[in-house]
Design a protein around this ligand. Structure first.
Ligand SMILES: Nc1ncnc2c1ncn2[C@@H]1O[C@H](COP(=O)(O)OP(=O)(O)OP(=O)(O)O)[C@@H](O)[C@H]1O
Ligand SMILES: [Mg+2]
Length: 504
């Protein structure tokens, strides 16, 4: 099953939406982070100012007063927790609770260190900022001042900015997506759709269809190239159709004229074949007409005349046999035994006496459906032809072989050659093949294409009528088979192929 495809409109829209949201989201997040960082720096620098005040007070006052002053200043500045530790580790002043761990180092600047608690990429600026500052303890060494600055004020201020940024990003995305989709749809998606529709209609046979895309970009030029291509295609197909029509007409004419020519040749052949006995008949009739003949002479003339009539009768009958091939008398015939019978009959004939026959027969009976007499006639003709081709040779040998071969099967209902077989119709079937290989001098190239034509013969008058192969081919074709041949200077092989078995 074909996978349902996502349209180009959907694909482009989702790409725009994803890209815009990702881009604007990232920029928004980055801006929030930058603002948060500068707010933290500002806080840290405020703390730095405070530390400087405390340091100054330590320089002018004694330890106790300075510590009290420090506490007062830090409280005044709203610092929730602080601790001042002397050089000996003694806590001079403390207020509120300081976290035990140090948090993440944020900045080290101007003699102070700042650490942030909480916060992160998606969590805001943080909860508090812890400041460490070394303190000069009036010549006694170094103490430390630790402050904890609350960052909630920054966070609440920035959450407003964050909300604003979020809405701004949404609005921005909506505008970009809307404009992008509108633009893409006008300049890409719709022209492509129209192009696709036109292509589908042309593929469906509407050759006159064109893509209506009037846009001035690459798709516009693609559409106009597509239209010129469709125009060329239409012209080519129309001219091919015209040529095809001409060809069909020419073929019809050719067929008619070649049929006429064949009929003409046939008629001429018949006229010629019948002409000789007719001439003789006229002679006999003339003789009879003159009268004054002895009874013995009369009998001789009548016998001669009836021989000529018999010749005419044979020719006419042979033709009727070809013109009306009868299927009524078909019965199963075993090709091997028919060949043996034919060979023993032929061995009595003068022109077959000196021929040596080699048999290469398949042992099992090879049955075909045929009229035994007609099939014998085919074998006789092929064997006599082979014998004639070897006349004048010292050794005359014919090799006969029979067997079964698989061949492409052409059903009687004519279909195109490359059509797949219908259900129950085998693409191939078994054929009984009989080959007659002679060692004659082959068939000249200019004769080879004419040997199946009626009255084509290379034999002298009275020896061959040139009907043997024509009649044989007609007989075999009527049984669904065919006669083929190969020839060379070393001899020829004629093969008769007939559908095997009792089914036609
Ligand atoms: N085995 C073969 N070797 C050489 N030429 C052949 C062979 N078989 C047929 N031919 C050629 O084909 C021609 C036509 O043969 P076909 O059997 O139709 O007529 P034919 O033998 O001349 O006369 P007939 O009507 O008495 O058979 C022959 O005259 C011969 O030239
Ligand atoms: Mg012949």
């Amino acid at each position: 099953m074909r996978k349902k495809r996502l349209g180009i409109r959907f694909q482009l829209t989702s790409a725009i939406v994803i890209m815009t949201l990702a881009g604007i989201g990232l920029i928004g997040l980055l801006s929030v982070k930058i603002v948060e960082r500068s707010a933290l720096f500002w806080k840290a620098s405020q703390a730095g100012d405070m530390v400087r005040i405390v340091r100054a007070s330590f320089r002018i006052e004694d330890e106790g007063k300075a510590a009290a002053l420090t506490a007062a200043v830090l409280r005044e500045a709203g610092i929730s927790a602080f601790r001042l530790t002397g050089p000996d580790g003694r806590i001079a002043v403390t207020e509120g609770a300081l976290p035990v761990d140090r948090g993440a180092l944020f900045a080290a600047d101007d003699g102070i260190e700042a650490y942030v608690y909480g916060g992160g990429w998606f969590k805001g600026a943080g909860e508090s900022l812890r400041i460490f500052a070394p303190m000069e303890w009036q010549g006694k060494g170094q103490g430390t001042l630790e402050l904890l600055l609350d960052l909630h004020d920054i966070s609440s201020e920035l959450s407003g900015a964050r909300r604003f940024l979020f809405f701004y990003a949404l609005l921005d995305s909506a505008i970009i997506i809307g404009v992008g989709i509108l633009f893409l749809s006008r300049s890409v998606v719709s022209p492509l759709k129209r192009l696709e529709e036109a292509a589908t209609r042309i593929a469906g046979g509407k050759l006159y269809e064109r893509a209506r895309v009037d846009i001035d970009n690459e798709l516009g030029s693609l559409a106009s190239s597509f239209n010129s291509m469709a125009e060329r295609l239409e012209e080519e197909i129309r001219s091919l159709e015209r040529v095809n029509l001409d060809l069909v007409t020419a073929q019809d004419e050719l067929l008619r004229s070649s049929t006429l020519a064949a009929v003409g040749r046939l008629a001429a052949g018949i006229a010629h074949e019948i002409g000789n006995p007719l001439g003789a008949l006229r002679g006999y009739v003339d003789l009879l007409g003159r009268g004054g003949l002895e009874p013995a002479e009369k009998t001789e003339i009548i016998e001669g005349a009836s021989k000529e009539v018999a010749r005419i009768d044979t020719i006419v009958r042979e033709f009727l046999g070809v013109a009306r091939p009868t299927k009524a008398a078909l019965s199963p015939v075993d090709v091997n035994s028919l060949l043996n019978e034919t060979l023993s009959e032929l061995s009595l004939r003068e022109d077959f006496k000196a021929v040596e026959v080699k048999l290469g027969m398949r042992e099992a009976p090879l049955e075909v459906m045929a009229d035994e007499g007609k099939l014998r006639q085919v074998f006789v003709n092929l064997l006599i032809n082979a014998a004639h081709s070897m006349e004048g040779q010292d050794v005359k040998s014919i090799e006969i072989s029979t067997g079964i071969e698989k061949r492409p099967f052409t059903p009687l209902v004519r279909r195109r050659k490359d059509d797949p077989p219908l259900p129950g119709e085998a693409a191939e079937r078994d054929y009984v093949c009989v080959s007659f290989l002679d060692s004659g001098d082959g068939i000249a190239e200019e004769h080879a294409k004419r040997i199946f034509d009626p009255f084509f013969t290379t034999k002298e008058a009275g020896r061959g009528t040139g009907l043997g192969l024509f009649v044989s081919q007609s007989i075999i074709k009527a049984y669904g088979g065919e006669i083929t041949f190969r020839t060379s200077a070393e001899g020829s092989v004629f093969t008769v192929a007939l559908p095997a078995g009792r089914q036609q």
